[in-house]
Design a protein. Structure first.
Lengths: 349, 611, 611, 349
């Protein structure tokens, strides 16, 4: 048992009585623009936390820089508002040093995919047990409206008055390309869905990557309305459910079938297709996850939201701790005296 | 036949050959045997930048220099007395370091046409008179090795590999060292392959016998033991010493060590060394880049570990932003910079001291960070330990400067008594009552270390300016100025907590030579020599570059002149001039090589003659 | 009733309200009208750090200050004469900047309970006597605006948005400025929405009439035109000026401009501005991070463009390694650092001058880079132009330092005659005969610019040490030292090619105030004031921080004392002390705010009284 | 026409007579270890260059740091040995400034996927017309043998004496996750195949990503022998050919079929399966490309080599130039006088 374990050995591990959302509200006044999608994300996270049955003092939210990265200030947990893009690296160091903590990363499409892209994919690859919430508003909010790596091609912004000429990242695809073990998408304007997804992410053992469509009503208002607003949502979103066929539409009268590897929308009304023809969701199917992720590249296809992929892989910090335990078993706790005197030495009388 | 035995105070030998010729191994064997005899010594390997440069090329030459003696030895030697050259390239590259009248032992078989061409020699230097001013001994090392091993029926490749032991054997004979330690070493090392044990041992003995029996070597030398402090010694390189110093600090403080690092020459060996000691709970994280290296270390420190990151110049330049974060967060962090030749990628395998100003100033805005520098390979142990002590006590990043010369150089080290090490006692905040993340200890001005997992201390930190006491984000003008000055004051205050600077030699005089870091050996040797000549010169060597020791100014003002030798264009001298307004004279050398003490001696003479 | 008309030399007005209240727009309108009248002026916006802070909060207050006069105006004013406060938060945050006896114009309707609470006022300051020492004018701006627009039947939200024009109208009346320019502006601006034109215009006029007719304002003021150099003027901010200066250099040199940049406050507007001018062939690349920003610019320079990267402190810290590469490659490159409050993320929207040492020393090894600093918003144009000139002529990276104050501040600018701009004539190597990538021009010591696409010049460059002339990789010790000194010598030589430093005031005297960068206005104002009092004080303001101008030492030695005011802890003063060994006294202020000239005046008095 | 176009207007665009491989050998002596796979890559590139019919002076090789990154020194073209990981960013700036040049990036698994990972994926996303040769030796060579992001889990190296605990990147998957428009794999020990792949990469319009299995005989000898050595190669490698069924094996008697989305090896000998059952390669099929890329995660499946994916997307630098030409057409060449005097100005008499 090292000093830290010693120090914290009596600290409670689970709440005596269940927390309420309010217990996770810090004393800092929230400084996002009125109407910002970030408020909803904060609210949902605060609602989910009590469900996790983990002590606040064992939770840490790490962020970079951006409006989204202000998130930790508002959570009554440990919080770390770091520098731009580096949250995954800081969180990795923390998690490796302290596997006992539940570590979250709150980041944005700029923080997490522009300057921080490399740290993010390396964290996914290593599969540390850290949960990433990526607030995707397809814009740089805090710096007042430049396009981001997720902004659509041709987007007109402060830095692209003639329209951007960048092909955007597909965040899910980037995470899957880095072999993230949990990949999901949810919507700022669908509280229930977001809560469910965040809970799944929290429970997953490994790096959980959650893309959240977040409205920046000041610099990119309505970017996701097609998928978040009542009137258009049902016909443009597929709510993924493991083991269930992919149905959507106001009247649940449309579905997805595969033609070759390419998803296609079919009507369940025209008698030509039935439920049984539809693609069935399987969270553990790697290949399917790529197909689902790619759907967002096709405007005529609905957007899948929910848990796209989930699998188990060895956890970096667990393997590391195991190596340490093993070598302590084999060689005994390190002895400084021995270390300094081992190998070739000689004595001068 | 009996040969006359000459006594010498000190000797410098350089083994040089192809990367493939095993010169490093040869040198190290000679070193440990010599150490066992109680000589003081200092060594310096000199690898090619290429991994495996083609055989025989000039850039493929690998060398190992050892300086040993019955007197105090502080450097690997300015020039060498003996040069063992296994091929023409080795001769060409290293001849410049051989003193006039020095001994050359050349492996004739290595000087074939192909190799001569590769070393662009027009004619064979062994056959013209170009080496007249040296004592040239030509030995058929390869052939003799083959003869020795004929009977064993080993492959030529294997046999060739043994020839360095022949050279070693000769040197053992020439300097009257026993071969047993090496024989023993061969036996453990090649346990699994008896035929190799047999071969190497035979060749070693053959080399020794060759010295004994042949006519070529007229004389033989003895170097008496040095009067070293009694006790148990080992040989240690700077990189090993850094790693062990960090481990020692971890043991003493009871905190786990976390290293976040990205490999880079010449710092990588610290990562390699630390990754061996899992039973000390050392966690080494090979990060995706230098920025992840330092930021992961910050994350670990936040969690209550000793966060450390190791790198060299180019990586250091990438860590600047994160160092600033460390300054704002006021968390312990140790940043080790093993300096190398620059700018940019520069000369990766060569040494330099040119990151001092970067260490002190290389960040945005006012971001003061204590800077400690190691002065000898073994001192890296104490410097690393001290860096951790300061980092934890003052809740601050600390930069430890080493360099390529210290990192790879080795010296005998009187193994310290573990209990004699100062202790490091971190205190973690646990009491929620009246807890404020940016309240301060009156004495150290450091803020509480409140780690995640501690009930009731949930709080938020970050890179935006902090409000005094509460640590809340604050854009208040007066608070900002207060905090900027507070962070500076905290670092300045460390001067109260470090030993005063002490001068080698008189504390008043005509000339003070002020050095820092890896130049210790050469400066000390030079100043000692001049003092023996009765010159009024003293030596002050700085381990603390920020803050300076309290009495530094006072010392400087006691000398008529101040000379600052550095392996850069005069960086310490800039800082001294600015802080103390003294007309410090700087002596610079930027060749990727340490100073020769002679170079410093000449400058001393020049300044004293002027005065 | 007739009101008496007072004449004033200069006036400072501060408009303050919610982010949503349009105070920036109001201030800018007042500014352009005032400029048209021929006053000299200086302005400073003051945004909240948050994008849209909640209405009524202290941290949501947005202000705009304008200082105008019939005399030379160099700063936005230490304190203001008039404070227009649209709500309690605006009053609370800005009262400190109002001079005793100054005028407050408060929008009564803004002082409702909710807002008072948000600004944590116990009682309504308009109703107790807490504002006694000021001339308080309470106006129902919101109500009056609504009355004015009743008939138009606009939404309340829209009507509220017009109230700033009422305030503007009042100020126009009070300082006898015409409303026509703003009326015209409203007409183009809202072309598409006639009802808005109508509304804003009516409210503007109502505000003006209100001043005219009501009793509250006893007097009215006039500020005569300043005697400005005749010619065509425009108002320009520092960031616009940098962008235009770069474009001008591109036009003059005939080279395309490439900007590789990652957005960061307060530098982003340079990227925004440059991205507009595609018909100047400006290519703006919004990179994935600061490192890609600078390295892409290096790639573009290698290809024959003017490679530029723009950033602020934290981004600057990330570019260090790539700057070193630029030094080794000896390619033109301009690095613009718009300094902000630090360390780390610090105070992103506040100004500071604390990146000087980072600019000069913040890289691994000896990597000298010329540093130029702009001294006023408009000077950013010439500084940027000069940076490009030096970069191309000397084949070197050049750092241009601006700061948040210059970047967002504006001043009238006498538009230069394009032909009067120095020309920049790059020469590209085309002749393969005797081409060596690291041969040098005797005068400038710069190497040839040999761009891909040129037949016969195929060659390889990189970050490893270069052999003199050939540019081949070289680990040779003497060559390394030679090249290190060569790179330094090249930068030092620029001193031969820049104008000598000139002193404002006598060139010999008791006190020289030395400043650099954005402090020009405050220092000049302070020194002028003291000189008018007959004090022996002069002003020297540095635009060249590395190398220094040749005659700097000479000038410094001509004064008994040297004072160096800086928005940092004394960075220039460190360098001056080190280089010239003078006991420069530093005056520091690190509050994210520019100096008040009074602060400098006090220090001047203190030093001169001591002497 | 700008100054550079002016300066180079008379420079020949195509070789008067065809180059030979020798024409691409620089005067620098090659400093890789004897036996290093890099030699073969150099030789194949030098053999392919003449086929491209492009002037040497219009070719640029940009690299970072590593043994692999020494590559440009040995090519008689323009060469840029930059700093660690930044080659893609430097190449991007160069290509944007000079679309007329053919730009190559030579990088390693450490240079390109560790420190340089972010630049690499952003370049793929933007689809600049740059060709990336990634020398994958699954080790850090130049720094003498630490594991790299492509080293297998558990690998024992200087920095991981107890075995690495990192799950490696799959380079093809990373590139595909970033939506690279051309993705291929080849082998240092198969000169003909490498030449063919490099030629395809050179001809592709867009970012071409080529992973080359490269043997580091000093620090990671034999890492790829299963796929490169005569005796094992045929049974472990599938040579992809567009439109052709996926057959492999010494006797071409094995093939790949899909079961669900998961590839399976079948025998063509046991009468149960015939050619017609086999998966057919289609370079333009995005989903298929992910399946092929993922195959390397399954030890029992053969490694696909060749062109895995190829598609066309708008080129960043072309779109950028178009915006410039358009705005010159619309607004005329920029006029400095006009710029300085536009908008609000006033005159003082
Ligand atoms: C090193 C560094 N570079 C740039 C910045 C400026 N910056 C702050 S936030 C940001 C982008 C934020 O975008 P995103 O992550 O999408 O967050 P959002 O504000 O949209 O939630 C940038 C470029 C910085 N603070 N630090
Ligand atoms: C900024 C920086 N960090 C680290 C290094 C040290 N370094 C040089 S090459 C290299 C890794 C090379 O690996 P890879 O790209 O796979 O090339 P290889 O040698 O294997 O061909 C490292 C870590 C450096 N030169 N610069
Ligand atoms: S700028 Fe956009 S993202 Fe940022 S707080 Fe405002 S609305 Fe939200
Ligand atoms: S170390 Fe490995 S990769 Fe580097 S040159 Fe040698 S064999 Fe090739
Ligand atoms: Mg965003
Ligand atoms: Mg490699």
């Amino acid at each position: 048992m090292n000093t830290i374990e010693e120090l914290l050995k009596d600290a409670p591990k689970t709440p005596a009585q269940k927390y309420s959302a309010k217990d996770f509200q810090s004393d800092q006044d929230v400084r996002w623009c009125p109407g910002c999608g970030d408020y909803s994300i904060l609210a949902q996270v605060q609602r989910v936390m009590p469900e996790l049955n983990i002590m606040r003092h064992n939770m840490v939210f790490v962020s970079g820089i951006g409006c989204s990265s202000r998130f930790p200030y508002y959570m009554e947990t440990y919080g770390f508002h770091s520098i731009h893009g580096r949250a995954p690296a800081i969180a990795s160091g923390l998690k490796i040093a302290r596997p006992d903590l539940q570590v979250w990363v709150a980041t944005g499409d700029g923080d997490g995919l522009s300057i921080g892209g490399n740290h993010l994919i390396h964290m996914c690859r290593r599969n540390l047990d850290i949960k990433i919430l990526l607030f995707n508003n397809q814009i740089y909010g805090l710096t007042k409206g430049q396009y981001s790596p997720t902004s659509e091609f041709g987007k007109v912004t402060k830095s692209t008055p003639y329209g951007s000429v960048d092909h955007p990242f597909n965040p899910l695809l980037v995470a899957l390309g880095a072999e993230a073990s949990f990949v999901a998408r949810t919507l700022d304007r669908d509280p229930k869905h977001m809560q469910a997804v965040i809970k799944r992410a929290a429970e997953h053992k490994g790096t959980s990557f959650v893309e959240i469509y977040q409205n920046c009503n000041v610099f990119n208002d309505g970017a996701f309305f097609t998928w978040t607003e009542k009137d258009t949502k049902d016909d443009n979103v597929i709510f993924l459910e493991n083991g269930k066929p992919m149905v959507f539409g106001k009247e649940k009268n449309k579905g997805i079938v595969l033609d070759g590897f390419t998803p296609k929308v079919v009507s369940l009304a025209d008698g030509k297709h039935s439920m049984s023809d539809l693609m069935v969701h399987n969270e553990r199917d790697t290949m399917l996850s790529f197909i689902l992720a790619r759907m967002s590249s096709f405007p005529d296809l609905p957007r899948p939201v929910g848990v796209v992929y989930s699998t188990e892989r060895p956890l970096y910090e667990v393997e590391m701790s195991r190596q340490i335990q093993d070598s302590i078993k084999k060689q005994g706790e390190g002895n400084l005296e021995k270390l300094l005197n081992h190998g070739e030495t000689w004595t001068i009388q | 036949m009996a040969k006359d035995l000459k006594n010498l105070d000190d000797v410098t030998i350089r083994f040089a050959g192809d990367s493939g010729d095993g010169m490093q191994l040869t040198g190290m064997q000679f070193t440990s045997t010599t150490a066992l005899l109680g000589n003081d010594l200092s060594t310096l390997p000199d690898y090619p930048a290429e991994i495996r440069a083609p055989a025989g090329t000039l850039f493929g030459v690998s060398g190992f220099q050892i300086h040993f003696g019955s007197t105090e030895i502080n450097t690997p030697g300015d020039t060498c007395d003996v040069l063992v050259a296994m091929n023409p390239a080795a001769l060409k590259v290293n001849l410049r370091s051989l003193r006039d009248g020095g001994i050359i032992i050349a492996n004739r078989d290595g000087f074939n046409d192909k190799n001569l061409k590769l070393a662009n020699y027009e004619k064979n230097p062994l056959e013209d008179d170009s080496l007249e001013k040296y004592q040239l001994h030509i030995v058929d090392i390869t052939k003799l090795t083959h003869n020795t091993l004929e009977s064993l029926g080993l492959s030529n490749k294997l046999v060739d590999r043994c020839k360095n032991f022949f050279a070693l054997g000769m040197m053992y004979w020439m300097y009257t060292r026993p071969i047993e330690p090496t024989v023993k070493w061969i036996q453990d090392k090649f346990k699994k392959t008896p035929e190799i044990i047999e071969a190497n041992t035979r060749v070693l003995k053959a080399g020794y016998a060759f010295g004994e029996t042949t006519e070529i070597f007229a004389s033989r030398y003895e170097v008496k033991p040095a009067s070293l402090k009694p006790g148990r010694y080992r040989s240690i390189t700077g990189n090993e010493a850094v790693a062990w110093g960090l481990i020692a600090a971890s043991v003493k403080s009871g905190l786990d060590l976390f290293l976040g690092s990205y490999p880079i020459t010449p710092a990588s060996d610290i990562l390699h060394e630390l990754s061996k000691y899992k039973n000390f709970r050392v966690k080494t994280f090979q990060a995706e880049d230098e920025i992840a290296g330092i930021t992961s270390a910050i994350g670990a420190s936040y969690g209550g570990s000793i966060g450390v990151t190791t790198t060299s110049g180019p990586g250091m330049a990438l860590k600047g932003e994160a160092m600033g974060l460390g300054v704002m967060l006021e968390l312990p962090l140790v940043i080790v910079d093993v300096q190398r030749g620059g700018p940019s990628t520069g000369l990766p395998t060569k040494t330099e001291q040119a990151d001092l100003l970067q260490a002190v100033y290389g960040r945005n805005s006012e971001a003061p960070i204590p800077v400690v520098a190691a002065i000898t390979p073994a001192d890296c142990f104490f410097a690393a330990f001290e860096a951790v002590r300061i980092a934890i006590k003052y809740m601050t990043p600390v930069i430890l400067l080493s360099d390529g010369y210290l990192a790879n150089g080795a010296e005998p080290w009187l193994i310290p008594d573990v209990n004699s090490l100062p202790d490091i006692s971190p205190t973690f905040r646990t009491d929620p009552n009246g807890f404020y993340p940016y309240s301060r200890d009156e004495k150290t001005l450091s803020r509480p270390w409140a780690i995640p997992g501690t009930p009731g201390l949930e709080h938020r930190i970050g890179g935006l300016e902090k409000e005094h006491i509460t640590g809340n984000v604050s854009y208040d003008p007066e608070n900002h100025e207060f905090m900027v000055k507070m962070r500076q004051a905290k670092v300045d205050r460390i001067a109260e907590d470090i030993p005063l600077a002490t001068v080698d030699g008189d504390t008043v005089g005509d000339l003070l030579v002020v050095g820092w870091g890896g130049t210790y050996g050469s400066i000390r040797t030079a100043v000692e020599a001049k003092r023996r000549e009765g010159k009024s010169v003293s030596h002050l060597h700085l381990k603390y570059l920020n803050p300076f020791q309290k009495n530094l100014g006072e010392i400087l003002y006691n000398f008529k002149q101040v000379l600052v030798p550095e392996i850069n264009l005069g960086q310490l001298s800039k800082i001294l001039r600015s802080k103390y307004l003294i007309p410090a004279v700087s002596l610079t050398k930027v060749q990727g090589l340490p100073f020769k003490s002679s170079e410093i001696e000449n400058k001393i003479d020049e300044l004293l003659s002027k005065a």
